[in-house]
Design a protein around this ligand. Structure first.
Ligand code: NDP
Ligand code: 2IT
Length: 457
């Protein structure tokens, strides 16, 4: 005889499976999007067992279809007056919790699947920050590599000329992501301001400090990641002191993750770019990395010209063969597969926390969880960037600037609160210690409850 509990359980699982099967049929080629959805759905079974109203109101089908996808042509001229065409996107996924919010990515791999996976994750990440921001993402398949400053400016102007009609401080607030930093946000904002004929500073975040930008926004994702890991370590009666850390990437997130990890006494021995990685047994000299990457836009391979004991290796995946206590993937999606995860585990990794969005594939996540590695999932661990974007929006609305320390302290508190939310949700639903389940559930429940409160639309 089946108990009512078992019936309820099977109803939840059946419902979740059926929504996912339909999604797979409809978007068969959107691998990254389906991967991001699958990771969330697997976590939600215990929630749906306890909340039949979510099934009754078909919450999942409503949450996996973006409110809208805006897609446009971006036409621009290079320095030789040749005309180029790129595709631009903005996926406005959900504004249940607040105005659409999320970064812009300029990278040749950008397509609808990548945009949708990033925007989908952003909904739950933004919900975890506890601040009033919905989920979105945008970008273009434009490749900024090798482009002059003028070409970048003209591209950003052409991009905003198309995007401006869909964004606004209370509508949708883009920011940076891969290939988009303070310089690009400045050009995008300049064009928006010209078209609108008004200062609406809250339309974009990640602006330059002094021109509407918040202090500590540049540092926020990397610092926030390390603050999150600090909480994980503290719970395990550990700390960063004297730990060996490997960080992939050498962009915005990676640089400030390395900076804060070093500040907490860790030894960071490796970082990378899309061509290869450097290993410095004496500990990475961050001044050199910043000079190469932030000032000169050079390849990470040139690091060895400044540090004779450092070694450069071609290819990015080799970085995970370097033994470390803490691994912080901060480059891009699916950079850690099952094999890389097994190598990290065999070499004794204790903590893996995601600075990038979806850097570990599902097989890798399961390897970490099943082998006692403390695992900090992206939507929680890298939420410090968007949280500080929301703090920038708050400053813009009230026309004030907070000091670096004020913002940094708020960021630190937000990361602690995100950690606690994830830990508590995991415990509440019977998955103590599993921060993947905890982050997905805590992020989801707030959005689902908001959907129900606002009626069917
Ligand atoms: P940047 O453009 O500043 O840096 C990206 C870094 O990752 C570079 O070192 C780049 O190398 C490397 N990289 C990019 N694409 C690939 C690839 N396909 N294969 C290997 N390496 C690659 O971006 P961010 O630091 O801002 O973003 C890094 C990650 O963090 C992304 O996943 C992003 O979505 C995520 N993130 C960013 C936030 C932010 O506030 N900026 C907030 C939260 C998450 P190269 O220079 O050779 O291209
Ligand atoms: O993935 C992310 O959270 C970001 N790229 C930051 C988004 C933002 O709006 O600050």
């Amino acid at each position: 005889m089946t108990t009512p509990y078992v019936n309820a359980k099977s109803e939840a699982q059946t419902y979740i499976d059926s929504v996912f099967e339909q999604l797979k049929l409809k978007y068969a080629h959107q691998n990254e999007f389906l991967q991001a959805v699958e990771e969330v759905f697997v976590s939600l079974v215990p929630v749906f067992e306890q909340h039949p109203e979510y099934i009754k109101n078909n919450v999942l089908s409503r949450i996996v279809e973006p409110d809208r996808i805006i897609s446009f042509r971006v036409t621009w001229q290079d320095d030789q007056n040749n005309v180029h065409v790129n595709r631009g996107y903005r996926v406005q996924f959900s504004n249940v919790v607040g105005p659409y919010k999320g970064g812009l990515r300029f990278h040749p791999t950008v397509n609808e699947s990548i945009m949708k996976f990033l925007a989908f994750e952003q909904i739950f990440k933004n919900s975890l920050t506890t601040l009033p921001i919905g989920g979105a993402k945008g970008g273009s398949d434009f490749d900024p590599k090798g482009k002059s400053n003028s070409e970048i400016m003209r591209f950003c102007q052409a991009f905003m000329t198309e995007l401006y009609r869909y964004v606004g401080p209370d509508v949708d607030v883009p920011a940076g992501d891969i290939g988009v930093g303070g310089r690009e946000v400045g050009y995008l904002y300049g064009q928006y301001k010209r078209i609108r004929g008004a200062h609406e500073a809250g339309v974009l975040t990640g602006k330059q400090p002094g021109y509407g930008g918040s202090l500590a926004r540049k540092e926020a994702t990397g610092y926030g990641l390390v603050y999150f890991v600090e909480e994980m370590l503290q719970d395990a009666k550990e700390s960063f002191l004297n730990k060996t850390v490997v960080v992939s990437g050498s962009g915005n997130v990676a640089i400030y993750a390395m900076e804060k990890a070093q500040h907490f006494g860790a030894k960071v021995v490796a970082c990378s770019d899309s061509n290869g990685y450097i290993y410095d047994p004496n500990g990475i000299d961050l001044k050199v990395v910043k000079e190469l990457k932030e000032v000169n836009g050079e390849r990470i391979s040139n690091y060895v010209n400044y540090r004779p004991d450092a070694v450069y290796s071609e290819g990015c995946s080799g970085i995970w063969t370097i033994p470390c206590d803490i691994a912080l993937p901060c480059a891009t999606q699916n950079e850690i597969d099952g094999e890389a995860a097994r190598t990290l585990i065999a070499n004794g990794v204790k903590v893996v926390a995601e600075g990038a969005n979806m850097p570990s594939n599902i097989e890798a996540i399961n390897e970490f969880l099943n082998n006692g590695v403390l695992f900090g999932p992206a939507k929680a661990a890298n939420a410090g960037g968007v949280a500080t974007s929301a703090l920038e929006m708050a400053q813009n609305s009230s026309r004030v600037y907070w000091s670096f320390n004020e913002v940094d302290e708020k960021l630190h508190d937000i990361m602690k609160s995100i950690y606690t939310q994830c830990k508590t949700a995991a415990e509440k639903y019977g998955y103590a210690g599993n921060l993947v389940v905890g982050a997905n559930i805590a992020g989801f429940v707030k959005v689902a409850d908001g959907l129900l409160k606002e009626g069917v639309y």
